[in-house]
Design a protein around this ligand. Structure first.
Ligand SMILES: Cc1cc2nc3c(=O)[nH]c(=O)nc-3n(C[C@H](O)[C@H](O)[C@H](O)COP(=O)(O)OP(=O)(O)OC[C@H]3O[C@@H](n4cnc5c(N)ncnc54)[C@H](O)[C@@H]3O)c2cc1C
Length: 468
């Protein structure tokens, strides 16, 4: 079985602004052996490695990463550390109530655990737990959270508080925000600092890390044999933590479609933020399907992202997922619309990255057909910073063959709605994406979207929150 690799993605602001070196560690050469090999050095791979070492310090765990750890989505995201409460409807789509509550509570708990982990290991990742504000920026989007809040109420939980229009406008520093709900448990991090810090902790725990070592072929068996350009690695078990790149494996390509998301970062503008009143350090999203997500940084910049949703033919991870100018332009336009008084401020950094989207926007875990020792955890769908902690536990339990609440949770081996093969995947996906862009443009301008655009947009996978 072949695993496609790609050229390193352009470095994000988060990684470039780190003072410590981003020099890669040694690459894999010669003949190597491991108890567990993990393909991918992002949050999912690193949490899996750390959990394995925590459970059995003697285990020989190796991470094989084609770029540097964090070079993928983990070092280039918005740094929103979110729970799964906004996805409670999707969870209830395949879990019973007890299991949905178990997973949602565990995802919320993971946020506090992340803060404690940073503190324990002195990772200066700017962990700030000031909550998330889910807003409406057009009358058409007001109350789009009502379904989610009603489900939470039915389950006897109340993670969200309704805010008045005045409260929302004051906290965000922009009258574009018309209404909102607030989830207090959420946090933000500097994701580049977090992923590089986790890499350091993993190495200290004895995890062997090979960077600039793309795995090009996987031979199933006992052991599983991984092929890299300059060597091989034989492992008792393999964990695929390769995010959107996993789409090159046909069995997994049906479960996810890689779409891009893009972020622009302004010059430092701490005085302007104070003037606007945007000083609370909450994370903010709007309610578009191609969601706008924004936060401030420690040095007083705005990092403004958008789920720009562009696809590449054959699900190849190409420039679309590195620095895609049309997507960056869409993102910058939404920043200017949301904060018109900052229109003259400079954008100093911009990049794109890959999102491994499943149909319901929740991840899927399992073991590749015909093997009992090659496991995967993919489909984070733009909410992986916090929940990847749970992913590490699930994948560690699968790799160790441990029957526990993690390996037996409803995310493992679940039946997912699948995506079509090419050319339908790219052509159909692009058709739907363009309809979503037109529909949301009309809504933002206060116009009625065309019926055909509404119909086509309805075929899109779920966004950051439950599908309305
Ligand atoms: C622009 C953007 C904004 C986002 N914003 C947020 C946010 O604010 N909050 C949130 O929760 N989530 C967000 N996400 C999603 C989040 O970043 C991911 O869910 C999370 O980082 C997934 O971690 P991962 O380890 O699965 O993936 P990655 O970090 O992508 O790790 C996978 C690794 O596998 C490596 N790899 C792939 N193929 C091979 C191979 N053949 N051989 C060796 N190595 C290989 C890749 O190089 C990569 O480093 C965002 C994503 C993007 C792109």
């Amino acid at each position: 079985m072949r695993l496609a690799s790609s050229a390193p993605l352009a470095r994000s602001y988060w990684l470039r602004s780190l003072k410590d070196s981003l020099q890669p560690s040694r690459s894999l050469s010669g003949e190597q052996r491991a108890d567990v090999a993990i393909i991918g050095g992002g949050f999912v791979g690193l949490w899996t490695a750390l959990t394995l070492k925590e459970r059995d310090p003697k285990l020989d765990v190796v991470i094989v990463e084609q770029d540097i750890c964090g070079g993928g989505a983990s070092g280039r995201n918005g740094g929103f550390v979110m729970s799964w409460w906004p996805k409670i409807g999707s969870l209830l789509g395949f879990c019973d109530q007890a299991q949905a509550l178990f997973l949602a509570h565990a995802a919320e708990q993971a946020i506090a655990e992340l803060g404690a982990f940073c503190q324990e290991h002195r990772i200066d990742a700017d962990f700030v737990r000031n909550g998330w504000l889910w807003t409406a920026t057009t009358p058409a989007h007001i109350d789009s959270w009502n379904g989610t809040l009603a489900l939470c109420e039915r389950l006897g939980v109340a993670p969200f508080a309704r805010w008045t229009a005045d409260q929302v406008a004051a906290a965000t520093g922009s009258a574009v925000h018309l209404a909102g709900v607030f989830e207090a448990s959420n946090a933000t991090v500097q994701p580049g600092a977090l992923v590089r810090g986790m890499r350091r902790v993993a190495e200290q725990a004895g995890v062997r890390i090979f960077e600039q070592s793309a795995v090009t072929q996987i031979d199933p068996g006992r052991p599983v044999r991984l092929h890299c350009a300059k060597g091989h690695l034989d492992a008792g078990a393999v964990v695929l933590a390769s995010n959107a790149w996993a789409a090159s494996i046909p069995e997994l390509g049906k479960l996810i479609v890689p779409v891009n998301s893009s972020i622009v970062v302004t010059e430092p503008i701490p005085d302007d933020l104070r003037t606007l009143g945007w000083t609370g350090q909450q994370s903010i999203t709007d309610s578009q399907l191609m969601v706008d997500y924004y936060r401030t940084t420690r040095d007083g910049r705005i990092a403004f992202g958008k789920g720009t949703g562009a696809l590449a033919y054959g699900s190849r991870i190409d420039h679309t997922f590195s620095r895609h100018q049309p997507s960056i332009d869409l993102t910058a336009a939404d920043l200017r619309r949301t904060y018109p008084s900052l229109a003259h401020k400079q954008i100093t950094d911009a990049w794109s990255g890959p999102i491994d989207r499943t149909y319901d926007s929740l991840p899927v875990f399992g073991t590749l057909a015909g093997s009992d020792n090659i496991h995967y955890g993919i489909g984070w769908s733009g909410n992986g910073v916090g929940p990847s902690r749970l992913g590490g536990r699930i994948l560690a339990s699968l790799a160790l063959n441990t029957p526990d609440p993690w390996s037996q949770c409803a995310l493992v081996g679940r039946t997912c709605k699948t995506f079509p093969p090419e050319p339908l995947r790219y052509l159909g996906g692009s058709l739907v994406r363009n309809a979503v862009i037109r529909k949301e443009r009309a809504e933002i301008s206060g116009e009625q979207p065309r019926a055909l655009d509404r119909l086509l947009a309805g075929l899109a996978p779920a966004g950051l929150e439950d599908k309305a």
